[in-house]
Design a protein around this ligand. Structure first.
Ligand code: HEC
Length: 146
């Protein structure tokens, strides 16, 4: 029995780690909840519909003051039903894996607390919010159309 104790202790430590601390779990969550529409490549599945490609777009949202709110509230993200910490991890995964070329040089990863804050911020019309961000960034020469 005593030989089991260290194993159990290690498992307890692993379970206590926030999901956002591990890229692995974010990659799995992306596969399970996002690839159907966004594909492994992040390019968007044309068979599902007009899906915005992540490369060339997603990272730019971090250049707008409301971009992080938008990313936290996109319907696919919210409908996945993931808890806030996993949502933060998946968003960071998307930005690191598909958006890295377009993110500002320095950006703060999403945290559970920020996602919770963003979720509790009311957004009347998510498409209108994207339109507003898109119009503002267009003035900087950034094109968010797809
Ligand atoms: C049922 C299909 C579907 C699923 C599943 C889905 N999405 Fe989406 N996603 C869309 C569509 C369609 C849009 C564009 C329209 C919109 O904003 O709703 C979009 C937009 C986005 C955007 C904004 C991109 C932009 O340029 O506006 C992000 C970020 C995003 N999704 C992330 C995710 C993540 C992360 C997951 C998995 C947790 C996910 N989505 C699951 C269909 C989906």
């Amino acid at each position: 029995m005593f030989r089991l104790v260290p194993v159990l202790a290690a498992l307890a430590v692993a379970a206590a780690l926030p999901a956002s601390a591990t890229g692995e779990s974010a990659a799995i969550a992306y596969k399970l909840h996002c690839t159907g529409c966004h594909l492994d490549s992040g390019a968007g599945n044309p068979e599902v519909g007009r899906i915005p490609p992540f490369p060339g777009l997603a990272g730019h949202f971090l250049k707008h003051p409301k971009g992080r709110l938008f990313l936290s509230k996109v319907p696919g993200m919210v409908n996945a039903g993931l808890p806030a910490d996993e949502t933060a991890a998946v968003l960071n995964y998307v930005l690191e894996h598909y958006g890295a070329k377009d993110t500002p040089e320095h950006w703060e990863p999403f945290t559970k607390e920020e996602v919770e804050r963003n979720w509790s911020t009311k957004v009347d019309d998510i498409s209108a919010l994207r339109g507003e961000i898109s119009a503002d960034l267009a003035k900087q020469g950034i094109d968010l159309r797809y």
